[in-house]
Design a protein around this ligand. Structure first.
Ligand SMILES: [Zn+2]
Length: 55
C-alpha cells in the first residue's frame, strides 16, 4: 500500500488510477481531487526540502 500524501489515506497502488510523478517519485491518491490538489502545490505535501515561508 502507498500513502496518499494529501489526505493520508492508504491507497492500493495496483488499482488506483490517480497517480502523479514528481521529481522522479510516483505518488498515489485516493481520488482525483487529491491528485489535483497535490499537483497544484506538491511541495506542500512532500516536505523534506526546506521551503520559503514567504511572508
Ligand atoms: Zn486522498
Amino acid at each position: 500500500m502507498a500513502i496518499d500524501p494529501v489526505c493520508g489515506m492508504e491507497v492500493d497502488e495496483r488499482t488506483t488510477k490517480d497517480k502523479a510523478t514528481h521529481q522522479g517519485t510516483t505518488y498515489y491518491f485516493c481520488n482525483t481531487d487529491c491528485k489535483e490538489e497535490f499537483q497544484s502545490s506538491p511541495e506542500d505535501y512532500i516536505g523534506g526540502e526546506e521551503r520559503e515561508t514567504g511572508t
